[in-house]
Design a protein around this ligand. Structure first.
Ligand code: GDP
Length: 196
């Protein structure tokens, strides 16, 4: 229930514009259009905290939300639109690397994947970044409502198997912002990482 109190802090074009690096922070990452904003809004039970993207690949901002003075959620910029110019991709790479390497408060990553397109190159890069920093990773296979339960479960097991060689703690689950599937499971992970 505490997650429903989430409040927008600011949008940072650069890490230097971020709120102070203190307390604990959990970051949400995902390819553009994967369903990250919808997942965040569902988790905090607010329709418009994270903006559901209208123009894909446009915003390259770190969006910070406060749960309480010691705990924040971060909406990382999405990635993956071919139309985005090369210079913008490099800018994105730099910002993500800086954030992921330097942010001390960062205690875990939630990686949002469209269940119909799991483990893209982008997703593997995030997995590698987490491995590098030894950060726990929780994966949401979202839009699970798009598949029947059997197919969703099969994808879950496939992704799990592909990630078995990864050297950090990786957990994963089905999620649907549309049907509110898997919300409690995500809250449990956030609770654990935040130390509630
Ligand atoms: P983002 O770019 O990763 O933040 O993705 P958005 O949250 O903006 O979602 C992209 C599109 O997928 C939007 O049209 C959403 O309405 C849709 N979407 C997001 N989550 C779900 C879901 O769980 N089920 C279904 N069916 N559609 C979803």
């Amino acid at each position: 229930p505490i997650y429903h109190q989430a409040k927008f802090i600011n949008s940072a074009p650069k890490l230097k514009d971020a709120p102070p690096d203190q307390g604990k922070e959990i970051a949400f990452a995902g390819r553009s259009n994967a369903g990250k904003s919808s997942a965040i809004n569902t988790l905090v039970r607010q329709n418009a905290l994270a903006r559901v993207s209208k123009t894909p690949g446009r915003t390259q901002l770190l969006n910070f939300f406060e749960i309480d003075p010691e705990r924040k959620l971060v909406d990382l910029p999405g990635y993956g639109y071919a139309k985005v110019p090369e210079a913008m991709k490099l800018e994105w790479q730099k910002m993500m690397a800086t954030y992921l390497n330097q942010r001390q408060a960062l205690c875990g990553i939630v990686l949002v994947m469209d269940i119909r397109h799991p483990l893209t190159d982008f997703d593997w890069q995030m997995v590698e970044w987490c491995e590098h920093r030894k950060l726990p990773l929780h994966i949401l296979l979202t839009k699970a409502d798009k598949l029947n339960f059997g197919a969703a479960k099969t994808t879950l097991l496939q992704v799990q198997r592909e990630l078995s060689r990864v050297d950090i703690v990786v957990t994963l689950q089905l999620f649907s912002a549309l049907n509110k599937v898997g919300v409690d499971d995500v809250h449990q992970i956030l609770d654990e990482w935040f130390g509630f």
